[in-house]
Design a protein around this ligand. Structure first.
Ligand code: ADP
Ligand code: ZN
Length: 523
């Protein structure tokens, strides 16, 4: 029989012995115990939440090898070196090794000398049968598991081959881990990996020490001046400014330096050596401010980044959350700012239209835009994206500090939610609005949606306002977008409380569309 007490006691001893920690972080102990029962799991935890221990501790307890799939070849060596220096037998297989080195590692694995084997997805798909057939593999850990899903924000086709593993070795326990996954992506990970009786461990994504602020419609010159003033006001603090293009990183850094600051820039166009130098000087506090593209930050473990700025709108909420998350890892108060101009939307829309998944990327961009334009507590919106609902407003974002007027929007919300439910959650925003407004469109009639009880019950609200209210309802956690069903609207658990338990919904009063348009200065 499975002896939980024994496992718990042992895992605590290993935590202390190999990692030097006295206590587990939230969920870690539960996850370790679950994995030790050879059951599958999906772990969603923010970056820095401590996902690695969830498979490293079991790896130390199990006979055989734990295979870890990780997409970041550049980090693999560091991870393995780190483990080795803690006295853990770990190795990696990827394209940087010679055949000889590789067969030596395989040999060590066969002899039971290796507990953790990190493997790149290319490597594993090429010869997973050799790895899993010849070695005594006790656990498969899939890191950055969202890469398997084309609904996620960082799809890697190689990852899709991983589904054959569970297919071929159904009894092998799997632990999938990610820091970013909306509900669609989450379900897709489970399906693709063939996770059985999925147990999902959802860590909190709330980072209350990060202040959130969006600055809308600030022109380029004013933006640069505000940034300069801000950095001067915090001469001893480290920060990152994320820019959209390589060129704008270089330009901004040069401009700030011309005003007497000492900043540097970082992007994927630099040589590995240059990138290493910039990273090191940032980590050692020699250069406090880096102007960078999204290439900067992966795997940089710096706890005292005091602020993160977005010079431009990020292309989706996942990216934005990851990037601001590099601030304040030590838990101390840290600032984040996002500049948002209509010009960004135009550029990003073009990128999305040129991408392989136009509808998906446009929808993700629309959510990012909606976050920036919204009058609802920004943290509520961010967390709703990860399926987490804050009961109260956060008090540490620009909306909370300057709250807009709200009215009782319960009836409006009920009408919309009821329409969504009666379409069996198969209708897009446009269709739901058409139903509410009683449109005669052919597609609507063909679906029989004109027979829905709330058909035409929202004709008093104009189309544009309905769309805004539905966005607000998403931000309040009542509605989600199903990317895998043509962006259809899906109601959440919380929505049931509004429909059936009369939970009140506060909506923000909308300003007239003509005023709304004027709010943006096109730069
Ligand atoms: P993630 O993979 O979720 O981004 P990591 O596994 O890299 O996070 O852990 C982030 C940091 O937290 C690491 O420095 C790790 O050593 C530390 N850490 C993890 N678990 C604990 C714990 N129980 N106690 C203290 N520190 C921990
Ligand atoms: Zn707030």
């Amino acid at each position: 029989m499975f002896d939980i007490e024994n496992i718990v006691g042992k895992s605590h001893r290993l935590l202390k012995e190999y990692f030097g920690y006295d206590t587990f972080r939230p969920l870690q102990e539960e996850i370790v115990t679950h994995v030790m029962q050879k059951r599958d799991s999906l772990v969603l935890m923010p970056t820095g939440g401590g996902k690695s221990l969830c498979f490293q501790i079991p790896a130390l307890m199990m006979d055989g090898v734990t295979v870890v799939v990780s997409p970041l070849i550049s980090l693999m060596k560091d991870q393995v070196d780190g483990l080795n220096s803690n006295g853990i037998a770990a190795a990696f297989l990827n394209s940087t090794l010679t055949e000889e080195e590789e067969s030596k590692i395989m040999q060590q694995c066969r002899e039971g000398k290796i507990s953790l084997l990190y493997v790149s997805p290319e490597r594993i798909t090429r010869s997973f049968e050799t790895i899993f057939g010849m070695l005594n593999v006790s656990l498969l850990a899939v890191d950055e598991a969202h890469c398997i899903s084309s609904w996620g924000h960082d799809f890697r086709p190689e990852y899709q081959q991983l589904k054959w593993i569970k297919h071929t070795f159904p009894d092998l326990p799997v632990i999938a881990l990610t820091a970013t996954a909306d509900k669609t992506t989450r379900n897709d990970i489970i399906t693709q990996l063939g996770i059985r009786e999925p147990k999902i461990f959802l860590g909190s994504f709330n980072r209350p020490n990060l202040s959130l602020e969006v600055r809308v419609g600030v022109g380029a010159k004013d933006k640069d001046r505000e940034i300069l003033d801000y950095i001067r006001s915090r001469p001893n603090d480290a920060g990152i400014i994320y820019c959209m293009s390589r060129k704008s990183c270089e330009r901004l850094s040069a401009k700030l330096n011309s005003k007497g600051l000492h900043t540097d820039f970082y992007h994927a166009g630099l040589s590995a050596e240059q990138r290493g130098r910039v990273q090191d000087s940032f980590i050692n506090d020699d250069t406090l401010v880096i102007c960078a593209t999204v290439a900067f930050g992966m795997g940089i473990d710096k706890s005292n980044v005091r602020w993160v700025m977005h010079y431009n709108l990020p292309k989706n909420v996942e990216g934005y959350y990851q990037e601001i998350g590099r601030a304040g890892r030590d838990g101390l108060p840290s600032d984040t700012f996002l500049y948002f101009n209509l010009g960004d939307i135009i550029t990003l829309r073009k990128f999305a239209e040129e991408s392989g998944q136009v509808a998906l990327n446009l929808e993700k961009l629309a959510q990012m835009q909606a976050f920036s334009e919204s009058d609802i507590c920004r943290r509520k919106i961010l967390l709703s994206y990860f399926g987490e609902y804050l009961d109260k407003d956060c008090g540490n974002c620009d909306v909370c500090k300057n709250p807009p007027k709200k009215f009782d929007g319960t009836i409006i919300a009920q009408k919309a939610l009821s329409a969504m439910m009666r379409t069996k959650e198969n209708a897009s925003t446009q269709m739901v609005v058409d139903i509410l407004r009683g449109s005669q469109k052919k597609e609507l009639i063909d679906h029989g949606f004109h027979r829905i009880k709330t058909y035409g019950k929202g004709a008093d609200i104009v189309e544009d306002d309905w769309k805004q209210y539905i966005r607000q309802m998403m931000h309040l956690g009542l509605v989600e977008v199903a990317y895998d069903r043509n962006n259809a609207l899906r109601t959440t658990e919380l929505a049931r409380k509004v429909l059936f338990e009369d939970k009140k919904v506060g909506l923000v009063k909308l300003v007239a569309p003509e005023i709304r348009k004027k709010r943006f200065k096109v730069t």
